[in-house]
Design a protein around this ligand. Sequence first.
Ligand SMILES: *[C@@H]1O[C@H](CO)[C@@H](O)[C@H](O)[C@H]1NC(C)=O
Ligand SMILES: *[C@@H]1O[C@H](CO)[C@@H](O)[C@H](O)[C@H]1NC(C)=O
Ligand SMILES: *[C@@H]1O[C@H](CO)[C@@H](O)[C@H](O)[C@H]1NC(C)=O
Ligand SMILES: *[C@@H]1O[C@H](CO)[C@@H](O)[C@H](O)[C@H]1NC(C)=O
Length: 487
Amino acid sequence: MTGATFAIAVTWTVLIVVTTTITSVVQAHLGANWGTMASHPLNPNIVVNLLEDNGIKKVKLFDSDSWTVSALAGSKIETIVGIPNDQLESLASDYNHAKDWVKENVTAHIYDGGVNIRYIAVGNEPFLTAYNGTYIKLTFPAMQNIQKALDEAGYSKKIKVTCPLNADVYESATNQPSDGQFRSDILDEMKDIVRFLSRNDAAFMVNIYPFLSLYLNSDFPVDFAFFDENGKSINDKGKKYTNVFDANFDTLVWSLKKIGLGDLKIIVGEVGWPTDGNKFATVELAKRFYDGLLKKLASKKGTPMRPNEKLEVYLFGLLDEDLKSIQPGFFERHWGLFRYDGKPKFSLDLTGKGNDKRLVAAKGVQYLEHKWCVVKNSVKDLGTISSQIDYACSMSDCTSLGYGSSCNNLNSRGNISYAYNMYFQMQDQSVEACVFGESAEIVTRNASVGSCLFPIQIDSIGQRLTPMNIVVFTATVLIGLVLSMYV
Ligand SMILES: *[C@@H]1O[C@H](CO)[C@@H](O)[C@H](O)[C@H]1NC(C)=O
Ligand SMILES: *[C@@H]1O[C@H](CO)[C@@H](O)[C@H](O)[C@H]1NC(C)=O
Ligand SMILES: *[C@@H]1O[C@H](CO)[C@@H](O)[C@H](O)[C@H]1NC(C)=O
Ligand SMILES: *[C@@H]1O[C@H](CO)[C@@H](O)[C@H](O)[C@H]1NC(C)=O
């Protein structure tokens, strides 16, 4: 090595060391929610590489599907495994089930080079008013049983139990954070849970959605949803609030204070901005929101009630999920930083330094063939087939066609073709899925129109070709061949 190359090598090393230490400040407190309600989910190994390639060191899951959790083995990524609400009843009433749950979904993953499980999220927003109180009496007993099982298994030092709650568990009649208090219908349960968390040195986990403040309230001042500090502000006992995220977080701090535990650690379990399906759900606004949020996290300023606190947040979400319920709105299927196929939607600097950095796309994704299903050119009377849209869309995902969405500017022919193609892709491009009374045809020319993407689905069958599957598949083919020789 010459003097010059040595100097360059040293400079590089210093640069790399410096950059890694700087990035780790924000990224040590930054995670992502990995939901899997997709018709064609990416292979979990691809997703784990995606997290690592983007320096995301924490992940939150909504269940503990063993295929997903196992993929995290050896990665060092801090993992929150989840328990869906529909398991709360059984876990609350049957301690043996809690023991089995911990054995199968925690203990089994902990070994040298195993999964770095740090939290168990018991239930998911179980106190939402939309659930009509179904889980109010079940959540705390389920948490207690899981905690007891963890204690018995000897993991309660390293792994904590919490419950991700929607910010609607507290409220402020005046919108001043200092008037915050827990909802009166769940006050007793909240006291039990908060004391339990404090006793076990676990964090309160809350989901905060500035997008929903804007979506649900037409009078909401738009700038207050973002972090640019150039709009309305709230003055609360000498503390100034310039964005709804801080105001919401501190409403929780005050609610905790009022039950005597104002210092309890808080983790933001979900925060994010969708990119399609509503006029406020756009790539531009999502980028504005995330840029502001990450810059805020990097500044380590905390919130007015908790200045200097390094906020720990999990972005929602990692990937788009085309099977999510659209009852709350069409935007529900477009929360991903990445599209359904792991391609980033916009540039984002996860270190919060505001550089124009591209996120790293998922590697090794296999797509179906370059084929689209569209309305035949020869079909002139579109009126007779427009009703097909409803059928095709009810069996697929047409949330990008709605008002203010990315495909809202299509003409009627484009609308029908879009619906046909979504159905065709959902059915893995099966030939029978592109008929529609002879009005449809399969084409190989990209059918996308302007900014409206006509997607090609990913090949999720091919992705499941593990060595074991290949053995089974080959054996089946061989047996088939042998049988056919005798028939
Ligand atoms: C472990 O978690 C999976 C996925 O959430 C669930 O289907 C299974 O029932 C759990 N195991 C037990 C013993 O409850
Ligand atoms: C809650 O109650 C409403 C009105 O009675 C009903 O429409 C809805 O389906 C219920 N939801 C659940 C989750 O039980
Ligand atoms: C296309 O479909 C969308 C959603 O159903 C609708 O709002 C729009 O008016 C349709 N456009 C045309 C040109 O039919
Ligand atoms: C089809 O075209 C769109 C828009 O130009 C592009 O984003 C997309 O990648 C193309 N799809 C394929 C499979 O080439």
